[in-house]
Design a protein around this ligand. Structure first.
Ligand SMILES: Nc1ncnc2c1ncn2[C@@H]1O[C@H](COP(=O)(O)OP(=O)(O)OP(=O)(O)O)[C@@H](O)[C@H]1O
Length: 250
């Protein structure tokens, strides 16, 4: 494992068992995610994208295989410890923004920080919320309620909420699914910008226009990784464009 490896999956499988039926949602998934990566997971409906994101987010556990976050073997953790690790390291962004309409924008962004262990002081929370709202250029809407904002603005608030805890990785599920193309473009520009500043992103999207912006393309089919390609910087004699280079699946 490299020193900048955040996440390491080793031979992960996920089987859903019903009364008479077993579904192999993921098979033999091995993958490392390093600091600063920008990965897009794509593939046809039912190929396992959401299942993989749920496992990465510690929202579900694998049937087999090993999952390490920052060298911590997640199998060794109980539910509370997993929740703590999730709160500390993982920021979620969903298609539906999942904001609480009764709370102000400020309080929505602050909410996950109030569950931090060790507890953050009110002043620390205020600073973190302000910084996150500034990052998504929504500081001027701190006292609004989510339903007083446009869809694009609500997604920016959801991104601020994910950023406020300074997570190691953002897990992003169809971030533009509920947005028109103008707002979708703006949200994707923001994610690109965050990655350029160092935020690690793992995103699921059906939208090929946006998938191509990620530096690493991971394609799933029937629960398996069928292709994995990384963008690398072109040699200096070339233009500044990045060149797609196919790499072996791990
Ligand atoms: N809770 C569940 N119980 C049983 N089977 C499930 C469950 N969740 C997902 N599956 C099955 O696991 C497989 C992968 O599902 P998953 O939702 O991860 O696919 P997906 O690639 O995200 O699909 P989509 O693009 O349609 O959202 C599918 O065959 C699905 O039917």
């Amino acid at each position: 494992m490299k020193t900048n490896t955040l996440i390491s999956l080793n031979k992960i499988a996920k089987v859903y068992r019903g009364q008479n039926v077993e579904t192999y949602a993921l098979k033999d998934i091995s993958l490392n995610i390093n600091q600063g990566d920008y990965i897009c997971i794509s593939g046809p409906s039912g190929c396992g994208k959401s299942t993989l994101l749920s496992l990465l987010g510690l929202l579900d556990s694998p049937t087999a295989g090993d999952y390490f976050i920052k060298e911590v073997d997640t199998k060794t953790l109980d539910m509370d410890q997993q929740a703590e690790l999730r709160n500390l390291h993982i920021g979620f962004i969903f298609q539906s923004f999942n904001l609480i309409d009764e709370l102000s924008v400020f309080d929505n962004v602050a909410l996950p920080l109030t569950y931090r262990e060790p507890a953050m002081s009110p002043r620390e929370i205020e600073l973190a919320v302000k910084q996150a709202l500034d990052e998504v250029e929504m500081g001027h809407r701190a006292q609004h309620k989510p339903n007083q904002l446009s869809g694009g603005q609500q997604q920016r608030i959801a991104i601020a909420r994910a950023l406020a805890g300074k997570p190691s990785i953002l897990l992003v599920d169809e971030p533009t699914g509920n947005l028109d193309s103008k707002n979708g473009d703006a949200v994707m520009d923001l994610l690109d910008e965050l990655n350029k500043k160092g935020t690690t992103i793992c995103m699921v999207t059906h939208d090929l226009r946006y998938a191509g912006r990620a530096k690493t393309q991971l394609k799933l089919l029937d629960g398996e990784i069928v292709s994995y390609s990384e963008a690398r910087q072109a040699p200096s004699s070339d233009t500044a464009e990045q060149v797609l280079e196919s790499a072996e699946v791990m």
